[in-house]
Design a protein around this ligand. Sequence first.
Ligand code: ATP
Length: 235
Amino acid sequence: MSYLKIENLNAFYGKAQALSNLSVSVGQGEIIAIVGANGAGKSTLLDAVMGMVRTTGSVEFDGAELKRHNTAFAVKQGIGYAPERFNLFPYMSVRDNLMVGAYTARDEIEKNLEQVYSLFPRLAEREEQETATQSGGERQMVSLGRALMTSPRLLLVDEPTIGLAPKVCLEIADALRRMRDDFGLTVVITEQNANFALTLAERLYVLEAGRVQTHGTAAELSQDDRLSAAYFGTH
Ligand code: ATP
């Protein structure tokens, strides 16, 4: 049964259509990757789940239709979002940035903070540091941590490896795997890095120009030319 079920989704920016008749299904406990080149519609898809863009079609999470509601409802239902540009407060500390996420889950602050620090010990060591002075990898960790502070059951992460060194990508992959294995989250990431997506996700959807080009298991898609075509944007 689908945990997150997106059906026939169309998204528009003014008259421009960014997603066309797109359907994606995510089971509880899966790690899913949405792969595509620049402009394929990856961010728009995650924004659409969060109710941040104008859409037609249906987005259901754990049986509830999200589209009738707003972003706050999606967060309350248990969807955490780590957007591509992080939107951290640069002159606030790591801890205070994490606390921004805790706004909706006040009674679980200590438990969530403990989870975040166990996933990212580096943040615990530097909780007083302003995020403006952090590395890109550390800022990604704060962004993921802030999403975890909302007590999510489903985590959406937009391009977790963008601009990061290979070693940091491995750390992030490890943390995302632990979020599923240790904390029981369902995880959806978007990626341009097809190799990273193949090593982390069980199933992948390949997006091109706002449409699902193909989808399948990591084993199936590692043999599929359309994945590298989407990665290199050669179609
Ligand atoms: P990237 O990897 O570069 O972030 P993406 O796959 O996430 O790309 P989107 O950002 O979802 O792609 O963009 C999909 C399409 O929608 C693109 O053609 C983009 O120019 C357009 N688009 C995105 N945001 C807006 C906006 N706010 N206003 C107008 N058009 C937009």
